[in-house]
Design a protein around this ligand. Structure first.
Ligand code: ADE
Ligand code: ZN
Length: 337
């Protein structure tokens, strides 16, 4: 096998932002089992090997079924704190400077966990990570699209007392059959309340869902968006407006959006001058954190150092940081040689 030490080191040396990470998807099997024991939650698995064996996915839904089961071990504020701190520790080791992380409150409130338990655990971890590693982070609250719009409205209501701690709302879970327009009124209300908006679209769903998210939800970014290439007019629009796409290479291969990494469209997105970024999605389930995603894409698609620098630059440009903060991080990238 080719020695990839230089490439790995180069990726590690780049300051990066991560904009598409579901914090519940960073639950590693060892923490999952530890919490299931501590909180007396029965899982189908009792060893790490058994958990990992379940991670063979046919599509998005087959993953989500396992992901929601894994999240059932999270009960206490300290569990959410520990979960996020384990992820931030990985970020600190991988030279990830800024993180905009998704959380799915309905996955927990539907099990009787109070919204403030989830929010406080995650928020305290964000504050702690700033102190401990100098990491900057923001929270994005996602609505589960397989649930009703009324349920999303109820969740938004619960979030209002915390609106200064949540930068944006997003939309995730089962895509096909749940178009963005289903959530138009709740996104309208969220924007009125001062939240920015993002949405998963064009992961398994068609390019029409990307149009729908842009037109009806007024999103600042599209999460995934890889199917945009099927619609030339959409590509032109995304290019003209420089709408960021938060692409997740390992996820897309694991969930069979692409047959292999060599078939992934990331390089085509870059060559079309789209504002594509690399992200890990659900790193504990898909076999890698941010640097592993950069490495897998770089090797399979033969990305140059210039491509990798562009991807790292895009990650800050596409973020919800201020202009001054973006400039600071872009300068740090410029000083990498
Ligand atoms: N929730 C966690 N990961 C997801 C993904 N890749 N797509 C949609 N919803 C998700
Ligand atoms: Zn996602």
């Amino acid at each position: 096998m080719k020695d990839n030490t230089n490439l790995r080191n180069f990726i590690g040396s780049l300051p990066k932002a991560e904009l598409h990470i579901h914090i519940e998807g960073s639950l590693e099997p060892d923490l999952m089992l530890k919490l299931s024991e501590k909180n007396h939650v029965n899982l189908k698995y009792s060893t790490i090997d058994e958990v990992k064996k379940a991670y063979e996915f046919e599509n998005l839904q087959s993953f989500l079924d396992i992901y929601y089961e894994g999240a059932s071990v999270l009960l206490k504020e300290e569990d959410f704190f520990d979960l996020a701190m384990a992820y931030f520790d990985k970020c600190a080791r991988q030279n990830v400077k800024h993180i905009e992380l998704f959380f799915d409150p309905q996955t927990h409130t539907d099990r009787g966990i109070k919204f403030d338990i989830v929010l406080n655990g995650l928020w305290n971890a964000c504050e702690n990570a700033k102190q401990r590693w100098g990491l900057s982070s923001k929270l994005i609250m996602c609505f589960l699209r397989h649930l009703s719009a009324e349920n999303a409205h109820e969740t938004l209501k619960q979030a209002l007392p915390y609106k200064n701690k949540i930068i944006a709302v997003g939309l995730d879970s089962s895509e096909v059959g749940h178009p963005p327009s289903k959530f138009k009124t709740v996104f309208d209300e969220a924007r009125r309340q001062g939240f920015l908006t993002v949405a998963h679209a064009g992961e398994e769903g068609p390019p029409e869902y990307i149009w729908d998210a842009l037109d009806n939800l007024k999103v600042s970014r599209i999460d995934h968006g890889v199917r945009c290439l099927e619609d030339a007019r959409l590509v032109a629009e995304l290019q003209k407006k420089q709408v960021p796409l938060t692409v997740c290479p390992l996820s897309n291969v694991k969930l069979r959006v692409f047959k292999s990494m060599k078939d992934h469209c990331l390089k085509k997105l870059l060559r079309a001058n789209l504002l594509a970024t690399i992200n890990s999605d659900d790193p504990a389930y898909f076999g890698g954190y941010l640097n592993e995603n950069y490495l897998a894409a770089a090797e399979a698609l033969d990305l140059s150092h210039e491509d990798l620098i562009n991807l790292a630059r895009n990650s800050f440009i596409a973020s919800f940081l201020t202009k001054e903060e973006k400039t600071k991080y872009l300068k740090q990238i410029d000083s990498v040689n």
